[in-house]
Design a protein around this ligand. Sequence first.
Ligand SMILES: C[S@@+](CC[C@H](N)C(=O)[O-])C[C@H]1O[C@@H](n2cnc3c(N)ncnc32)[C@H](O)[C@@H]1O
Length: 362
Amino acid sequence: MMNNDRARSLQNKAAKQNAKSAKSAKSNAGKAPSKAEDRPPQQRSSKISRALQQKCLNIFRDALWTGPEDVAAVQEVKGHLYNRDFHRAFSSEAYLRAYALRWSAARALGYLQVFEDIDGFLTDLRKGTVSGQPLKVLSVGGGAGAELVSIAGWHNFTADARDSEPEQASLDVKLVDIAAWQPISDKLCEAATSMPVLSKYASAALREANVPMVSKEHFQATCDQADVLEWNEETVAAQAGSIDLVTIMFTLNELYSTSVPKTQRLLKSLTTNMREGAYLLVVDSPGSYSTVAINGAEKKYPMQWLLDHTLLGRQPETALWEKVLTNESQWFRLPEGLEYALELENMRYQIHLFRRRSPQTE
Ligand SMILES: C[S@@+](CC[C@H](N)C(=O)[O-])C[C@H]1O[C@@H](n2cnc3c(N)ncnc32)[C@H](O)[C@@H]1O
């Protein structure tokens, strides 16, 4: 968990960057991204145990693994992804299962680190001390399950880390995705809230200590199939109006590639309709992997620049969003010794966390 000093230092860094981005917004448009992505990974200490990471992987295994045929399905999906044939890559439930097993599992571990990064900002909401209500999360493009499992893990590690402060808000997670992920996310939710499957050789002690990642009474997740770029103002108000945290993880660049104007409209609509004190989390590939062409022009804009431009405008000090945490390039590296039937990959990401402010009155 991030301590207050670290939260404050990240906050200061974000504030400085807000001021800098106001000055350089115009001059930076379209320039090559900085070389921050080439820096060595940060040294960091983490409260996330390897046992918890293993539990996350076991959720994917228990929910989705059917046997060696899954390895063949992963190879086929990999081929379709390589050929950028996304339609075929996600064309059957077996392929969706294979995708989640192979790619979402590693992402879920990376996102566990992300939730540790932002936990210092969300502590009051997570403990239910702000509203006494469940902590409500909306994950845009989150159907494939990485967000679901990492949020369950986040609930688990914060509960463990705060034995002396056991109060924890329930979590209400809404995934929305253009693809038909519901059968997969239902299975993952069921596995996260059920007793993990143990080997028949497991000791009596292990059996006794066996508990779900998170209890059904503390964790709910649903998955809706929808194209968020077609949401009108009323839909955004209904979907995001009472949400505490909206996540857009490895999805914003995809939305921008589909339509810059529609993505800008969605972000503006979230700005109008999200409540004061709510958070917007954007995580995506760093640097040159996340650039956007506007109107088919050759010049490409860094995704982060477009995001800041929409949410903070030219005067970040008076914008409706405050950028409270930002990092252009961060690594999540898998520890040694995790057991999983499929290859897992380290993850490099850019991260930006915004908090909705109240409108400034002159
Ligand atoms: C690269 S995947 C990332 C998945 C997941 N968030 C993760 O990080 O593992 C992008 C996701 O966004 C979804 N997506 C793309 N365009 C969308 C849209 N217009 N509306 C809703 N979901 C969309 C895709 O179906 C896919 O699940």
